[in-house]
Design a protein around this ligand. Structure first.
Ligand code: SF4
Length: 428
């Protein structure tokens, strides 16, 4: 069969889509060409904000209109929360944020026999980590490995615990085996991803932690370097930094979930750290990974956030010296405590604060990149355009250089200049 598969949302969704696609291809199916009608359309949806839900609906509708005869399958967090809406749009197969392998089976059955299937489980009853085949379907440079699922942090703005459910982790021996397989397939970078990887292992016998996972994976990684997905600052301890750095495999780039640089707002968000603890985490990382890039997610315009508190957050961004920050204006999510909090900010206030934060981030990004000029950085090259190869440094800066057949090569690059957000240099 010919399929189209679309993904919205986070890295974990991207990973799970890759897993489904690898399953589909191993069963002899192929992606529909742009000019072809598909037999099946699969939309892996997101619901992290009300806006993501809206975009998910829009994508489902659009693809259903473009491929009216295809079996429409919808899975992911939006489908988990709103299966009736998905059915109204015309989905014949509806799954939630689990059972990706069963989703593929159900799609095959629907195409072959016209069988409809709706299977929404209870997230807090999930106990088993669903292992899916890892690895990109196109190109063999960077692979993702999902090592963890679920979250029980219940941040007051977030719906994810209600869709992803309890904590489940990929056992260490399976992580080792999967890493060794990806290394032998020729990947050069492995991204460890999950919904909340700082909680890795709490459900496993002996409760291994994230540092144990990193050491295990590093041993099997061969030529691959390791990049860590988004981290809660609470996992950054002296022990974690020392052990991760000792592997010699971990990229000097850490994406930390900051969300606010104001203690009062962090408390209202039900985050489990304050600014002092965050600064301590940044310092520990910089000590063991000199020159590392710290990036973060930030929510502006959270209910009750005053102008002074917003200014406090901007000052905090400067104090940490982030290399980059993803700024999100707070988006109300029905079903979360923050949705009913007093002091909701107007759209205009949220937009202005987001612009102010983005301006600060632009200056910080520029300063970080400027500091890279003159340095020699390890770069993994990925794509080519007009004789110039692009890739990412270990610090996750976008880099460009001239050379022959550099795809998938990890090379040292002397940075000579900066053009916009692009570092330019020559191979050493
Ligand atoms: S840590 Fe907080 S923001 Fe992240 S998934 Fe869990 S509840 Fe949501």
């Amino acid at each position: 069969m010919r399929y189209i598969i679309a993904t919205l949302g986070c890295k974990v969704n991207q990973y799970e889509t890759q897993g489904m696609e690898r399953l589909l291809q191993s069963h002899g199916h192929r992606a529909a060409l742009p000019c072809e009608q598909a037999d099946a359309v699969i939309v892996n949806t997101c619901a992290v904000t009300a806006e993501s839900g809206r975009k998910s609906r829009q994508t489902i509708r659009r693809l259903h209109e473009e491929h009216p005869d295809a079996v429409l399958a919808v899975c992911g967090c939006y489908a988990q929360l709103e299966p009736d809406e998905a059915a109204e749009i015309g989905a014949a197969v509806i799954f939630g944020a689990a059972d990706r392998a069963k989703t593929v089976e159900a799609v095959e059955k629907a195409v072959a026999e016209g069988a409809q299937r709706r299977d929404i489980d209870k997230p807090f009853e999930r106990r088993v980590f669903e292992a899916l085949p890892a690895g990109a379907v196109d190109g063999r440079t960077r692979a993702m490995l999902k090592v963890q699922d679920g979250c029980v942090n219940f941040c007051s703005y977030c719906i994810i615990p209600y869709t992803r459910g309890r904590l489940r982790s990929l056992p260490l021996d399976e992580a080792r085996a999967e890493t060794a397989r990806l290394a032998s397939e020729g990947y050069r970078e492995l991204v460890l991803t999950g919904i909340e990887i700082a909680s890795y292992g709490v459900d496993l016998p002996g409760r291994p932690g994230l540092a144990d996972l990193i050491e295990t994976v590093a041993e099997a990684a061969g030529e691959m370097r390791l990049r860590l997905g988004s981290l809660e600052p609470t996992v950054i301890t002296e022990d974690f930094c020392r052990r991760s750095a000792a592997t010699g495999k971990v990229c000097r780039h850490f994406h930390l979930s900051l969300q606010s640089g104001c203690d009062k707002t962090l408390k209202a968000m039900n985050r489990k750290y304050d600014c002092v603890r965050f600064l301590e985490a940044a310092e520990l990382l910089r000590r063991d990974f000199p020159g590392c890039a710290l990036t973060a997610d930030l929510i502006v315009g959270f209910p009750g956030e005053t102008e002074n508190e917003h200014a406090e957050t901007l000052a905090f961004l400067r104090r940490v010296g982030f290399a980059d920050v993803h700024v999100f204006p707070y988006s109300r999510r029905p079903g979360t405590p923050a949705d009913t909090m007093p002091g909701q900010c107007s759209r205009a206030v949220k937009t202005r604060r987001a612009q102010e934060a983005q301006q600060t981030v632009k200056e910080l990004r520029r300063a970080f990149l400027q500091e890279s000029v003159g340095l020699t950085l390890p770069v993994l090259f990925e794509t080519e355009e007009n004789g110039f190869w692009r890739g990412h440094s270990d610090t996750y800066a976008l880099v460009c250089a001239q050379g022959d057949h550099l795809r998938g090569q990890l090379r040292q690059l002397r940075v000579e200049g900066l053009e916009g957000d692009l570092l330019k240099g020559s191979l050493v």
